[in-house]
Design a protein around this ligand. Structure first.
Ligand code: DX5
Ligand code: ZN
Length: 220
């Protein structure tokens, strides 16, 4: 069964503790934490202190999505804060050096944390095939990162299918293929059928009248 990772980007930051408890009670599988640095993407959200403060409030795994330049410099902060999964963007790493992504993923693993590589909607997932062997997660962006509540980009399902097929072909049926951006109750089934196993949803969960019903519909 697919897993649902509500994105706290769509929560009210003034009552974040309540939001965490609410999504856990509504059946969330992971908590998706969107970290933005004002440079890799224009907005700034939060850093390790937020992750540290929500850590004791839930037993759910904390899935930290780093939308930052120079991600290597940030890993220790989020590892120490209690992240369970850290994902980093191919695009932020490729602009530094061809080996930076692999080095960052290895650094994450060295803290005993699950790691993942992320590609933007206009990046072919083939670009990260060479790191699939060390990834626990591969995340496909289905919107351009920076904002919640954007429209799902249909063509990104090609990346989902390619990622699933390639992972299976190298004997990595355990690989989680995560998808992030614009997921809702109307498109979730198509997304799951394309091979996604972890569905991030911000607006569709926090904007729902019945959060539990929304999460279970997205999970399928
Ligand atoms: C976008 C973030 C997403 C976003 C998802 O930059 O990485 O996690 O919050 O929110 P929705 O589901 O509203 O598109
Ligand atoms: Zn995200």
């Amino acid at each position: 069964m697919a897993k649902v990772a509500p994105s706290i980007l769509s929560a009210d930051f003034s009552v974040m503790g309540e939001a965490i408890k609410k999504i856990e009670q509504a059946g969330a599988d992971l908590v998706h934490c969107d970290v933005m640095d004002g440079s890799f993407v224009k907005p700034i959200t939060f850093g390790g202190q937020m992750v540290k403060n929500i850590r004791p409030l839930t037993r759910l795994p904390l899935d930290v999505h780093l939308m930052v330049e120079h991600p290597k410099t940030q890993i220790k902060f989020f590892a120490d804060a209690g992240a369970d999964i850290i994902t980093v963007h191919y695009e932020a790493c490729a602009s530094i050096s061809p080996t930076y992504l692999k080095e960052t993923l290895s650094m994450i693993k060295s803290y005993g944390i699950k790691c993942g590589a992320v590609v933007n909607p206009d990046t072919d997932v083939e670009k990260i095939f060479d790191v699939f062997d060390i990834c626990d997660f591969v995340m496909i962006m289905s919107v351009f990162p920076g904002y919640g509540g954007q429209k799902f980009i249909e063509s990104t399902l090609d990346n989902v299918r390619k990622a699933r097929q390639y992972a299976d072909s190298i004997g990595r049926k355990d690989m989680e293929i995560e998808i992030d951006g614009g997921i809702n109750t109307a498109n979730a089934e198509r997304v799951r059928n394309s091979g996604a196993s972890v569905l991030v949803a911000g607006a569709a969960v926090f904007g729902a009248e019945d959060m539990r019903a929304a999460i279970s519909a997205i999970r399928g």
